[in-house]
Design a binder for this molecule. Structure first.
Ligand code: SAH
Length: 509
């Protein structure tokens, strides 16, 4: 049997974007992933779905016996010829016991590679706005374990050297022994007024920063119940945070937002809000499925070149229409001279991905906008194909028919209720720790009301800012007894994001 290979991969400090490209390449090939408590679980999505996933983490330090078991597991999987990724928080060779794991592999004669990662000190410093070195303050930095000395009577750390001078000192695993370590540094010569920052869950939406001095940080941490995992940064550079903080001063930092959309659609909007600093709870309220019968759409596709206009009013309509076109063995050429209308810029972009430049995009991105554009054209006797959702509004077909057009409106997909709502989002709503909920179509509101009951929904959303993409969705909200706090001028996701930011920038919110 061929020997496997073991990749020790640094997962970075928490933000899943902080893993290296090489790390992702390794994960993509993995047959087995052995991962730690501090490695972000989202990274496991890079591994093939059938890869074996083994959790080897433990909160707050690990006993030697457990470490030996992990070493044995890595050797065993390697000997079975497997491609193994050992995914470790931060960097594998910084307080990660990666050295011991490699020694075990070397002893067993197994090939391994080490992929570095952004270590917690570096990640925390960046996301807290604290440069670890700075020409005006210090020219050195030391990474030190805060737990050292627990089972050794004599400290192996040279506290004199660490404390004298102005070098930045970063403690890992230093929260439980914070008081003792701070006292040691003052005792060995560091000015008790030296600024200190504690950074918990650095680089994630849970990041918390507490600042103080060598003299008072332990009291402050105790008072506020500050818990691990956190790193401690000691040095004058900590003062720079006032000027350089960015991560926790973004427009939506600290805001918790529920995003309701179809499961496969939420990603783009969520990442817009996340990059403005918000913590997102994705709560799919819509499941998109095929129509009960394809007959009507298939018949239309069969005579596509005979239509004058194809009108597409959402990214979903584009997706389902072209999927069906392709499934029937056609491509965009089947459109012949048929012109294409997109409801707005996003739909237009989705259409362009199929090699087609939309002929018409109304200035007002909604059904009424489409209607008023067509009102300027001669539509008498024109054949219009309008593939739609099963519960779509009748605005387009009825108005175009009034203009004399012949409209075919087959169902291209159905919006159905999901089997259940996301438990994390529900729990957060129940605990009343949500700041805002977003609705990007009437179906998202209607479905949520149907799943929860309108009364419970109205009750759960008391004190939560309701953000609606446009007037139609807002009306649905109001019909259900909800008050709409945020509605952008333009019905796009980026405008909704901007309107949410604007709302939360007001002092009253
Ligand atoms: N190999 C890891 C360190 C493992 S030791 C690395 O390179 O980062 C575990 C300690 O790392 C924790 O006790 C804590 O001090 C620190 N740590 C890891 N991830 C952290 C995070 N996201 N925020 C703050 N500290 C973190």
């Amino acid at each position: 049997m061929p020997d496997g290979i073991i990749y020790l991969v640094g997962a970075g400090p928490g933000d899943p974007g902080l893993i290296t490209l090489r790390g992702i390449e390794c994960l993509r090939q993995a047959q087995v992933v052995v991962y730690d408590y501090l490695a972000n679980e989202q990274l496991l999505n890079h591994a093939p779905p059938d890869a074996e996933r083994i959790y080897a983490g433990k909160i707050g330090g690990r006993h030697n016996q457990e470490q030996e078991e992990i070493n044995r597991l890595l050797v065993e999987k390697g000997q079975q010829g497997k491609i193994v990724v050992r995914l470790k928080g931060g960097d594998p060779f910084v307080f990660g016991r990666g050295g011991e794991e490699c020694e075990a592999l070397a002893l067993a004669g197994l090939p391994f590679e080490v992929v570095p990662g952004v270590t917690a000190a570096v990640g925390a410093a960046a996301y807290a706005g604290i440069p670890l070195t700075h020409r005006d303050f210090t020219a050195s930095v030391a990474f030190v374990t805060g737990q050292e000395g627990k089972d050794k009577s004599e400290s192996g750390i040279d506290w004199d050297r660490l404390s004298l001078g102005d070098g930045t000192v970063v403690f890992y695993m230093g929260i439980t022994s914070l008081r003792r370590n701070m006292q040691r540094m003052s005792k060995h010569g560091r000015d008790p007024h030296t600024p200190v920052a504690l950074v918990r869950w650095a680089t994630t939406s849970r990041q918390q920063v507490l600042t103080g001095t060598l003299a008072d940080i332990a009291d402050k941490a105790e008072k506020s119940g500050f818990k691990p995992p956190a790193i401690t940064i000691v040095g004058d550079v900590v003062n720079l945070r006032d000027k350089l903080r960015w991560f926790d001063s973004r427009p939506l930092s600290g805001r918790r937002i529920v995003v309701t959309r179809a499961a496969d659609q939420a990603g783009e909007f969520s990442s817009m809000l996340t990059s403005s600093g918000a913590t997102i709870f994705e709560c799919a309220t819509i499941k998109l499925v095929e129509p009960e019968s394809w007959d009507e759409l298939d018949a239309a596709i069969g005579t596509l070149a005979g239509f004058d206009w194809l009108v597409l009013t959402s990214g979903n309509a584009v997706r389902f229409f072209f999927q069906r076109l392709n499934a029937l063995g056609f491509d965009a050429r089947a459109l012949g001279r048929c012109k294409v209308c997109a409801v707005g810029p996003k739909t237009a972009e989705a259409i362009r991905e199929h090699g087609i430049r939309p002929d018409l995009v109304p200035a007002d991105y909604k059904a009424e906008g489409v209607v008023s554009e067509f009102a300027r054209l001669d539509m008498i006797g024109k054949k219009v194909l309008f593939p739609r959702a099963d519960r779509a509004r009748e605005v387009i077909p009825s108005n175009l028919e009034q203009m004399g057009a012949q409209v075919t409106a087959p169902v291209a997909y159905r919006n159905i209720l999901p089997d259940r709502l996301c438990p994390e989002a529900l729990l957060a709503l129940e605990k009343r720790c949500i700041d805002c909920i977003t609705f990007t179509s009437s179906s998202t509101v209607l479905n949520l009301a149907e799943l929860l009951g309108a009364d419970l929904l109205a009750d759960m959303l008391k004190g939560v800012a309701v953000a609606s993409i446009g007037p139609i969705t807002s009306r649905t909200c109001r019909d259900l007894g909800l008050k709409v706090d945020i509605e952008p001028q333009e019905y796009t996701l980026s405008s909704l994001n901007a309107a949410i930011q604007q709302y939360f920038s007001l002092p009253a919110h």
